[in-house]
Ligand binder design. Structure first.
Ligand code: TEU
Ligand code: CA
Length: 555
């Protein structure tokens, strides 16, 4: 990719993800809404982000908090109205912020008119919008595919005596993307939103739409990339927008298929290897494995170097499905501020587009509800029930939910130390994290040393320094057990990033060629005036140095 010729407006952008149900409640019903987001746009402008990834706000029975859509061209009443959505797009635009809508088209809600029609009879014109199969010989599900949310992936339909397929909840039937009418309807809907001036799409589990159900091939089916090329041509292609696909199955090679501009598919994808390496082989996310820096380094090297020449990386620590960054990869206790800043420095120094999940910019942490009834997430509740029924001890499942459950990300945004963290005047749909008295936006804005201003500075640095956007990535000190270090090089410019991932001190000596004078761009401790000889980093110490242009070859 030649920065001179292939520059994109979003190459130096930073995206902020909003989970609308938990961001800001303007009308006191305890549920976040569009009016609440509009109220907080000045805060996001102050942070400096350029795009908002808005998790679904479409009409939905909320079986999976909006990832089960019953009308793609209307807004869920609890979130607001179409007029408010258009106002959000306009008000954000005034602040140079564009909106990415969440495109959830691997499945719809079972209350979507397409499915209501499809269910009427086997010869209904919408029947083939979904995936139906005869029962197996024993009258049971056609095969043993398990839903991600527990139970079989097949739901029996009394009326027709057939089963329909759903990879998520039974209220999220999978669409049949082999049906050209499905493709055309989705393309029409996407253009309807594009005509409203949005900045692009985040695409939910997009690696699943090319599935071959009878062969139990769910990800990376043969039709996947042709479907995305057709979608590109029929909708956002040629409109210079940002599109990012959620692809749990991607490898660097596959990611290049999606994000090589010459292939006219997507701008980038979310890959999750740095997340799943913290999951147990057997139990998956329901049993955590300790964070392994060596594994994280290897994964980061692979993706940074793998997409160096073509394609583009997305960069994130957390989102609405994942535990909070500082709790997962840092220290939510004594070194919460230092480790939150370290994680931000590591991520925003890499090549690709950084994503900030709401609350990450103030160092919000995981929550530990002691009672399963305090949880709301369909995945956690379903799997808790299924696994404890199968004999897994309550304590073990609760520990899994404490570590990796999705509600960790979904407790209300902490705006102040007041009641309900200033999120609502009503009763929040899910309890607020009790530590909001300490961790909240008001306190962060009052404290010049807060995590907020560290994110603000990183976002500004990305705008000011092309080396942070286009510089080649080069790992350093790869064998160091406690420090993650790398450099970015663009022309004669070299930017050095050094990060201690642990609460203990860490000693290191840089290659001679990097012990050169330079300017500390950002640090979570008092800036150092040199990095010659043996250095001893403080707990979670992290800093970036722009080395002087003089002779900077690696020793
Ligand atoms: O997520 C896909 C997905 O597989 C995760 O839901 C799942 O939780 C996994 O175990 C990671 O923790 C997408 C959306 O991001 C998620 O919110 C939806 O629930 C899901 O698709 C279905 O739309
Ligand atoms: Ca509300």
């Amino acid at each position: 990719m030649n920065p001179a010729t292939d520059k994109k407006w979003w190459h130096d952008a930073v995206v902020y993800q909003i989970y609308p149900r938990s961001f800001m409640d303007a009308n006191g019903d305890g549920i976040g809404d569009l009016a609440g987001i509009i109220q907080r746009l000045d805060y996001l402008q102050r942070l400096g982000v350029n795009l908002i990834w808005l998790s679904p706000v479409f009409r939905s029975p909320m079986d999976d908090n909006g990832y089960d859509i019953s009308d793609y061209q209307d807004i869920a009443p609890e979130f607001g109205t179409l007029a408010e959505m258009e106002q959000l797009i306009a008000e954000a635009g005034k602040r140079d912020i564009r909106i990415l809508m969440d495109l959830v088209v691997n499945h719809t809600s079972d209350e979507h008119p397409w499915f209501v029609e499809a269910r009427r009879s086997t010869d209904n014109p919408y029947r083939d919008f979904y995936i139906w199969r005869q029962p197996a010989a024993d009258g049971g599900p056609p095969n043993d595919f398990r839903s991600y949310f527990g139970g079989s992936g097949w739901q029996y339909d009394e009326a027709s005596g057939e089963y329909y397929f759903h990879q998520f909840s039974r209220k999220q039937p999978d669409l049949n993307w082999e049906n050209p009418r499905v493709q055309a309807e989705v393309h029409k809907m996407m253009n309807w939103w594009l005509d409203k001036g949005i900045g692009g799409f985040r695409m939910d589990v997009i690696d699943l739409i090319g599935k071959e159900v009878d062969a139990q091939i769910m990800t990376n089916g043969a039709r996947l990339h042709p479907l995305l090329q057709e979608m590109n041509k029929a909708t956002f292609g040629g409109r210079d927008l940002l599109t990012v696909g959620e692809t749990w199955s991607a490898t660097p090679e596959i990611a290049k298929l999606y994000s090589d501009p010459a292939r006219e598919e997507l701008s980038m994808v979310f890959q999750f290897e740095h997340i799943t390496q913290t999951w147990d082989e057997e139990e998956g996310k329901w049993r955590s494995r300790p964070f392994c820096l060596a594994a994280f380094k290897a994964i980061t090297d692979k993706w940074q170097l793998g997409l160096a020449d073509s394609g583009w990386n997305s960069l994130f620590w957390n989102n609405h499905d994942l535990p909070r960054a500082v709790s997962k990869f840092g220290d939510p206790g004594r070194y919460r501020v230092e480790s939150a800043k370290m994680l931000a420095t590591v991520l925003h120094g890499l090549k690709g587009t950084p994503y900030v999940y709401q609350g990450e910019e103030i160092g919000m942490t995981n929550v530990r509800f002691e009672c399963i009834d305090q949880y709301r997430d369909i995945e956690s509740l379903n799997l808790y029930r299924e696994r404890t029924a199968a004999g897994v001890p309550h304590e073990q499942m609760l520990a899994g939910i404490h570590a990796n459950g999705r509600d960790n990300a979904r407790t209300p945004m902490q705006w102040s130390g007041e009641a309900n963290a200033g999120f609502t005047r009503g009763r929040p749909w899910i309890e607020v994290n009790p530590n909001h008295d300490q961790i909240n936006v008001a306190a962060a804005l009052d404290d010049p040393d807060s995590v907020f201003y560290h994110y603000q500075r990183l976002i500004r640095l990305r705008k000011a320094h092309p080396v942070l956007v286009y510089g080649d990535y080069q790992p350093l000190l790869s064998e160091h057990p406690r420090v993650f270090a790398y450099q970015r090089r663009l022309g004669g410019q070299r930017l050095l990033v050094l990060c201690n991932f642990f609460a203990g001190r860490a000693s290191l000596t840089l290659p001679a060629g990097l012990q050169q004078p330079g300017e500390v761009m950002i640090s979570n401790y008092a800036p150092r005036d040199h990095w010659r000889g043996e250095l001893e980093l403080q707990p979670y110490e992290a800093f970036m140095v722009l080395l002087d242009e003089a002779d900077c070859s690696v020793g």
